[in-house]
Design a protein around this ligand. Structure first.
Ligand SMILES: [Fe+2]
Ligand SMILES: [Fe+2]
Length: 213
């Protein structure tokens, strides 16, 4: 019998993240949980952030709380998630996949999308800092927010529909235990971030983060 507990059986309260209007916090991971289910949960939160980006792009009122939440995700949470996938999930899945899975082209696409998104998000950080200070986004920043929300949603569809189901099928219990241990260790360390992100988070730190609106 598997040592790994499905996430939803241990944390039924987290299902509240599906309630309309609720804002889920980043999951607190534990070593006995399934890393694939944890990734689904992080994708759920990322979809909420896509909605936040579209709200920010459409707003005619200052929405500093949305900008702060996006900054925390882009600077702290998303880079960890990308590392989980690129350094943990992708290589393990590559080692287990069968030729008929045709995995390589999917991994190549996803890794390329990570690069493009990371570059676009880095450009957006100064604009989000201004929005966190209460300013409205400029028209070109609205365009960037909409484009990023749209491309991120497409990325999540591929990961949820192809990557994670395949991981459920192919990874062994030992793979999952090792992957989750890496994910927990990554979150136990201070996040790695560039100077712009460090400055942005230091600036918004006095305000409570991730609070429901
Ligand atoms: Fe992902
Ligand atoms: Fe990804």
């Amino acid at each position: 019998m598997s040592e790994i507990e499905p996430k939803h059986t241990r944390h039924p309260g987290r299902q509240s993240g599906t309630i309309r209007g609720a804002r889920a916090a980043p999951p607190q991971l534990s070593a006995r949980e399934c890393p694939i289910e944890a990734m689904y949960e992080e994708h759920f939160i990322q979809r909420q952030l896509c909605a936040d980006m579209e709200l920010l792009a459409a707003t005619t009122l200052s929405r500093p709380e949305l900008a702060r939440r996006l900054l925390v995700n882009l600077c702290r949470d998303l880079p960890r998630h990308l590392e989980d996938e690129e350094h943990g999930l992708f290589p393990r899945l590559r080692a287990r996949a069968l030729p008929e899975d045709e995995l390589e082209k999917t991994l190549t696409r996803l890794a390329r999308e990570h690069e493009i998104a990371a570059a676009a998000y880095a450009l957006l950080v100064p604009a989000l800092v201004r929005m966190a200070d209460g300013n409205l986004p400029a028209p070109e920043e609205c365009d960037a927010l909409r484009r990023l929300a749209s491309s991120e949603r497409r990325h999540l569809i591929v990961e949820n529909a192809i990557l994670l189901p395949l991981a459920r099928l192919r990874l062994s219990d030992a793979d999952k235990v090792a992957l989750m241990a890496e994910m927990c260790a990554r979150r136990a360390r201070p996040p790695r971030m560039d100077a712009a992100c460090a400055r942005a988070l230091a600036r918004i730190a006095p305000t409570p983060l991730g609070e429901p609106q």
